[in-house]
Design a protein around this ligand. Structure first.
Ligand code: RTP
Ligand code: MG
Length: 142
């Protein structure tokens, strides 16, 4: 299995609920290591650029408004199959459809306030990690 990196964000709803540590614990218990982290209150420009792939979607304005509504915790995770492993931990986009025991089932309120972001492919992981972290801000394990 491949060691990968993926970009994870604890979204404003989960930061406000004070569950950053509980979410980090799930990453670590699943064998994912935090190799970079920072807390940021995203600007509109940062959020729009990050979610640029969705800019024609009807929910884009709401998504950007939500992602700039409070601070987020941004981390790069590293481990075996990290991209899919993180998506498994997160659960479905809509928390009503998220499997029991997933982060979104346990902490998310709605499809908008859905607790976490995770890269969805190797290409998006590479772009998203580089969007928030310079090479010298990442501390690889191993
Ligand atoms: P994310 O990018 O945040 O990890 O979420 P995701 O891959 O599970 O979902 P994605 O399709 O990339 O959508 C990004 C975020 O936009 C909001 N969304 N709203 N109202 C809607 O139909 C709708 N669809 C998506 C969600 O907050 C989702 O996390
Ligand atoms: Mg996505």
């Amino acid at each position: 299995m491949a060691i990968e990196r993926t970009l994870s964000i604890v979204k404003p709803d989960a930061v406000a609920k004070n569950v950053i540590g509980e979410i980090y614990s799930r990453f670590e218990k699943a064998g994912l290591s935090i190799v970079a982290a920072k807390m940021v209150h995203l600007t509109q420009e940062q959020a729009e650029g990050f979610y640029a792939e969705h800019k024609e979607r009807p929910f884009f304005a709401d998504l950007v408004a939500f992602m700039t509504s409070g601070p987020v915790m941004i981390q790069a995770l590293e481990g075996e199959n990290a991209i899919a492993a993180n998506r498994d931990l997160m659960g479905a986009t809509n928390p009503k459809e998220a499997a029991a025991g997933t982060i979104r089932a346990d902490f998310a309120e709605s499809i908008d306030a859905n607790a976490v972001h995770g890269s969805d492919s190797p290409a998006s992981a590479e772009r998203e990690v580089a969007y928030f972290f310079a090479d010298n801000e990442i501390c690889p394990r191993g």
